[in-house]
Design a protein around this ligand. Structure first.
Ligand SMILES: Cc1ncc(C[n+]2csc(CCOP(=O)(O)OP(=O)(O)O)c2C)c(N)n1
Length: 273
């Protein structure tokens, strides 16, 4: 696997990862397809283009760090780790099986290359802040990228971390909100709206960028802008579609936490060909 900034290549990788996500969750018979599919371009742009990392040296001290705070979207992270050779690709279809390294949520006990075990929502931004501040104290070039859910953003701990990160000027940290507008059992706006979300991050002293979270060029530009931004952490509000790429999953709250059937998998794979 090699890094690339070529948008067509990155889009092809994204499509392949979408197929892998659908297959592994179908084999598992349970899991979270919607929020895995919405975050594909974010994860692909980071792992294939933006982040400094080295699978032959997973604990390279100067590496950039990725934290999937919305840990239930583990399949998208597992695909990236497996494609890069951190973990075996041949075992992706053991997702959620007893003894598999691919547990329902990312678990460092099974995958030491993970930066954090996540799944208890609300914690990842705090972890990212600690990691980013430690890198600064050690004068290392590492940057940290934390992917948050919009439903997750209803957690109080996110805003405590946001306040701290803005005040302490943690400018080697980027929070990406996967704003797919659906949480566990419905639409965020019906349950508890986050709006005005970008203004909230700005008020906490974060450099804030809104974009289409499925646009790889927009993500590339935003990550570059974040790196140029000094004295503030960056929040990227990524407008996405839950279930992106599979017509009957798109914007459908049912596919938050329900696996496709065999028949649905076939239809999904046909669409993703
Ligand atoms: C602290 C905590 N409370 C509840 C849950 C159960 N849970 C799993 S996913 C989820 C909804 C998350 O919604 P969102 O952040 O919007 O994720 P996405 O739509 O991107 O999948 C909830 C409540 C959890 N994992 N952790």
């Amino acid at each position: 696997m090699t890094k690339t900034s070529n948008v067509a290549e990155l889009q092809a990788i994204a499509k392949r990862i979408r197929r892998e996500i659908v297959e592994m969750i179908t084999h598992a018979g349970s899991g979270h397809p919607g929020g895995s599919l919405s975050a594909v371009e974010i994860v692909v742009t980071l792992f294939w283009d933006v982040m400094r990392h080295d699978p032959s040296n997973p604990h390279w001290p100067d590496r950039d760090r990725f934290i999937l705070s919305k840990g239930h979207a583990a399949p998208v992270l597992y695909c990236a780790l497996a494609e890069w050779g951190y973990t075996p690709k041949s075992e992706l279809n053991t997702l959620r099986k007893l003894g598999s390294i691919y547990q329902g949520h990312p678990d460092k006990r099974f995958i030491p290359a993970l930066e954090a075990s996540t799944g208890s929502l609300g914690e990842g931004l705090s972890l990212g802040i600690g990691i980013s501040l430690a890198a600064k104290l050690d004068s290392r070039p590492s940057r940290a990228y934390v992917v948050l859910g919009d439903g997750e953003s209803q957690e109080g701990q996110i805003w405590e971390a946001a306040m701290f990160g803005g005040d302490k000027k943690v400018d080697n940290l980027v929070a990406i909100v996967d704003y797919n507008r659906i949480q566990l059992d419905g639409f965020v706006d019906d349950i508890m709206s986050l709006e005005p979300l970008a203004d909230k991050w700005r008020a906490f002293n974060w450099h804030t960028i809104e974009l289409d979270g499925h646009s790889i060029p927009a993500l590339q530009a935003a990550f570059a802008e974040a790196e140029r931004t000094k004295g503030k952490p960056t929040a990227i509000i990524a407008h996405t579609i839950k279930g992106k790429g599979v017509s009957f999953m798109e914007n459908n709250p049912k596919f938050h936490g329900v696996a496709p059937t065999e028949d649905e998998m076939k239809r999904a794979l046909a669409e993703l060909n």
